[in-house]
Design a protein. Sequence first.
Lengths: 397, 242, 123
Amino acid sequence: MARKYYFARIEGKTPKYYWTVGILGALVLGWLVASYIRFVEGMYLTGMSHSVPWAGCKVLFVLFVGLSAGSFILSALAAIFKQKEYKVLSRVGGYVAILFMLGALAILLTDEGRPDRVLLLFVPGNINPRSMLSLNAFIYTSYITCGILYLWAQLREKEKVATALGIVATVLAVGVHSGTGFLFSIANGREAFFTPITPIAFVVAALSSGTGIAMIILYTTFKLTKRTIDMKFFIQLRRILTGLIFFVIYLMTIEHLTHLYVPEHQEAEFYIFGGGFFTWAFWGGLIGIGGLIPIILLLNPATRDKMKWILTASALHVFGVLCERMIIVLPGQFLPQPIMPGYEIGSAFRDGVITNYLPSVAEWTQIVGVIALVALLYILGLRMLPLLPVEGKYIKE
Amino acid sequence: MGMDRRTFLKLGGALALGSLITPGSQLLLASQENKTGNESKTRWAMVVDLDKCSGCNKECEEICRDENNVPHYGNERYDAYWLRVADVKQHLPGVETRERHIPLMCQHCDNPPCVHVCPTKASFVRDDGITLIDEHRCIGCRYCVIACPYRARSLIFRKSDKWTNEEVPKMMIGVVTKCSFCAHRVDKGQDPACVEKCPYNGLIFGNMNDPNSEVAKIIATKNTKILRPEKHLGPKVFYKGL
Amino acid sequence: MKMRAIIAFLAFLIVLTLPFLVSAGSGNILQSVQAPEIELPDPELGECVEDVSYMRANHMVLLKEERERAVRHGERGDYSLSNCFSCHTNITTFCKRCHDYAGVKPGCFEIEEGCHYAPTSND
């Protein structure tokens, strides 16, 4: 039996709503101010150095790119695979997916040295087909465009258009995530980056963390707007999430075992596993908190059907994927590049030194600000677009 | 409906394949281009004679900074270097090995990863083999800093007022810079500043495609080494006596 | 509702035309402004690289093309900034007067922020 749902805007007139908008707006303003100061004064205000030129902002960027996928897949389930019950989530899922991608591009843009020149990426003579970043600029923008058109089709109830756009956007989403993984895996200069598995691991971790964050967002929204949501979705999503978490751990194991086997990469692996921050991030963050604990929570019959445990597991897994993103982006840069293998090397340019990095105030402001930007656009969107289903109102066909 | 979905999936698959093939074929074309580029008449190269390098006061670092207005803020984290002299020691546990000094700069590869990753073609290889950065086109994404295996590139982290050589523009903030083989001098027929002013004449610069040049003779007859040959980048800085 | 829309439209119109209104208020727009006089270089130095009228209209294009050639191909020709400055020895009396009048900022050698050397009256 098929149902047709009604969707509506939220009222959004409570003081709580206005307070939230105000606080988030202030944080977004902080992001803009920090980015402007950073642009005018120079990048020395960040914690970056010549050895670690991609840092905190890029971690958030890859995390957000990942989170975008899961929400989109959730939304597209109804459109592509004709899972009618998921129609409830189709609009809000698509909207969240677009927002995460916008957030990713916002942090990417304000992390550049010259954000004023970013349009040079799209000048035909400048396009470099060998550069993943150059191709990604087009993949990202077409993904967002496609996502917006898809949302429009959903809002106008154009089923067939939505299905077609959903398929194109799903293909593009895979491109977006593999492309982001390729950014790192084909960088010739850093030993720890080189691995063909990163793009795949990227897609899988994107799907798992995206599903997790989508569950959290949906549940919180439905709870706060006093709607009830069918537990059935979460049971199904829980199964998908469990499988994906297993897959993430499996891929990470393969990657690090391969690296451990080859002497060329051993130094990097010993650095990651030889104690220190990344050892904690890997074993504690990714495998423990982000992998084993969620799996136990999602498989144990005592906890697996309870909403709060499913949500806890999702949140823990998102944290685990954040750790994984850090392990992709950072340690490869911290390690000195073996310019002359077999020699001890030292210079004023910090050759042969394990560098360190701590995000500065400017970077924290940017990171928090972009997270606030996504949240702000989300709650504004709930008020301006009919995204959420109207409780108990549907037409039987 | 089932048929429709299948056609859609097919279309999607074809789209995905197509989007993969186009960059793939472009890649092939690009590598072809590189091969023909090497056969042009001039190919500038440098030989560093390490036997002559005593590491003095690392004067070439200063010479390079003054020639190219490379900023020096006195902060190790973000000081820019076009050329730096590294102190190296062979790693033999228990044996006291001799410390040597080795000037490291952009190696001007034939097949440079920094140029491959540049999203705006701001980094490029000139016809005479010099790898350069178009600072007016660089968006400061720092991907090339990640990709360079020699750590040759530095970002200009801070506004710089250093302007010791007015023939060369001041450094622009927020872009990536690196050794240019002093392209402004080379175009005038001069040697790079470090080559001309090295107190020990430890650096030799010339056209390696010209069999009569000193550089070509040294490369052909003496034992020289390139850095990181396993990367297959074709660097054009040769180290003699390493 | 209709009133509100009209007020909003008027407010938008005012914001849109604010620059014109401000300069009209200060009286600048009503005066006929004379084109600034610039100090031309010594005629004994010879002709400019192109016609004067052509240079007046297209010098920025020439400079940009020259930049492309010099940076990308190492062909350093006659249209370079340093060649300009060999005759036009003072940017404050030559470049800046016209640029201020036209409201165009030559980013290459703005005294504080530009990267290229330019001779000024202080030299």
